[in-house]
Write a protein that binds this ligand. Sequence first.
Ligand code: SF4
Ligand code: SF4
Length: 303
Amino acid sequence: MRWEEVAAEAVALGFAACGVAPVADLRKEGERLDAWLESGKEAGMAYMARNREKRRNPELLVEGARSVVVTLTNYYAPALAVSPEVPVVARYAYGRDYHGAVKERLFQLFAFLREREDRRLRGRVFVDSAPVFEREWARRAGLGWIGRNTLLIHPRWGSFCFVGVIVSDFEPESYSEPWTAGRCGTCHRCVDACPTGALKPYSVDANKCVSYNTIERKEPIPEEVRVKMGNRFFGCDACQEVCPWNRRAVPHCDAAFRPNEWLRRMTREDWMRLDEATFQERFSDSPLLRPGLPHLQSILSGK
Ligand code: SF4
Ligand code: SF4
């Protein structure tokens, strides 16, 4: 099967784009990750230092792996909060938790490969859930370039996309062409727009990043970050909102990521009054469930 046939099926399943790259040892990306970790920019994400060999070499994730099928899922939506009183949440978090939704489609795509190619194909699907250099695989699969904001930018869909991969022993008749040159040019908007100075070209310091601090950090947020966060309380889209390649982004119409109406309407006061049972009921399949209500309320209260 040619890679174009895989991509056509992926689009039929609801993915925005798809490409297929041959398996390779990502030595250079591994060295970059080592340097990033040595400089302490991973903050509390100790998991980034684990399984570095597996991250570099997909054959350690799936024995005999031959290809990496990479998919993009568009989650772009224009500003969603109904008023300035509503605390700001990163766009990806408005719908249901993307891990499950994207994985379901990846399993369907893999089932198609097995059906059409060989029922004995072996593979695994990953969505931000394993040591995989997803963005580099997306670049190698021809889905765009890695921008100064460190994100994968697709020339049509921009950067508001989830990257999902299938690592398997599937060997297509042809692979998609890798994207070799970036199109950031002399633009510097993302770096200039970063509210905390966390972003340097092609590198994020998680210690200062609003996304890391509001979503993953277990300890209280440092004062120097807090004072620059503005009204954000879960994630940050600043380095994507200013990107000229996102001006062409098309709002998704994907039922899986229909915005949670409570998130669009609840003010800071509503959040502070919310009890655990109501939180569980309103956000049962939301990415906000994982950090939990006490964490979200502590961010909003500035503690
Ligand atoms: S997510 Fe926000 S804080 Fe983090 S690098 Fe981007 S602009 Fe800066
Ligand atoms: S804002 Fe400019 S420099 Fe940053 S990723 Fe977009 S095009 Fe590249």
